[in-house]
Design a protein around this ligand. Sequence first.
Ligand code: UD1
Length: 371
Amino acid sequence: MRMMSIVGARPQFVKLAAVCRAIARRAASGVPIEDFIVHTGQHYDPGMSDVFFRELAIPAPDIDLEIGSGTHGAQTARMLEAIERLLLERRPDAVVVYGDTNSTVAGALAAAKLHVPVVHIEAGLRSHNRRMPEEINRVTTDHLSDLLLAPTPTAMRNLEREALGPRAVFVGDVMLDSVRHALTLANERSRIVEELGLQPGRYAVATIHRADNTEPPALRGLLDVLNELACEAWPVVVPLHPRTERVIRTELADWAAAPHLRLIAPLGYLDMLRLLKCSRLLLTDSGGLQKEAFFVGCPCITLREETEWEETVAAGGNLVAGTSRGRIRAAVEHWARTPFDADRAMRQAGSPFGSGDAAERTIDAVLAMQR
Ligand code: UD1
């Protein structure tokens, strides 16, 4: 089996890490399987890319397409052209795409047009909000794919509803595999809490990067709420996505952070996990972080009107608060009074994200395609 994995953005490196470890285990036991790793270059800052490969010991990409940023159309089109060329050259047995970014949809479309089987890891997620570029990428990629690997029962149901059930397999969430693997490393190696002078359990973490939330008026509103929280309750640490940093610098130059609102550069994976593990609360619009918080037992407030990770809400670990000041403050008050026991929640919910062996099950499903 000659796979080609296509990745380009931060959350995909985390998923790829789990898959690479599973491939290495199979290869070591004599299974003829190899993966050619394509980095589209969608995320190119060392802090958004290299650090993940290094910390998670992901093999270096076999090729970096260096696509960089651009409008959605231009970025995706440049990827499509470059990936098609590569596919014609290498003719892999399967193309594996991850999650919901522009790199995902470009990989899936290029492969499907050349009749190369497409495997979608983290298939079936739906926010039912077509304003999100990620939602368009998910729907398109799922319908182009030959093997749909669903991380949760909700994702399976979404696929069945769109008549994609016959191509779908529930494998669990590769991000659970990654968190379990990396948390031990994070506890051993990361000193981020100490470096930032924070006390475990007495600070909050926030991230904002979604397109809608980084429109200047929306971003200003969210930053104002974080300022209030930092003044009244706990210090708030905000690792900034480059897009968010740029909007603050260029469009919100008159906005000022309160003394305990700590805007910092993007963190590597191990620092992020440890910061989250020791945090009292997470406020985020990220998909991946909602789950990572759930896995490490940190209560979450989702700064969007909907979530793809309904299981985290049903299990009592995540409040979907939207972006209005009143609802966010009410959610913060809820978490100030309510403890959250992630292990118990996960057991009661019946392990909706699988049991930490999603990458192994992924490889089983990919190999079964050839039979
Ligand atoms: C992408 C994904 C999103 C994922 C997120 C994780 C899409 C549509 N969205 O969003 O699903 O949750 O990654 O971070 O693919 N930039 C830099 N340096 C970098 C990367 C980006 O400066 O290393 C800047 C670029 O100027 C770019 C902007 O950030 O214009 C946004 O990057 P882009 O690749 O368009 O998508 P993300 O917002 O990162």
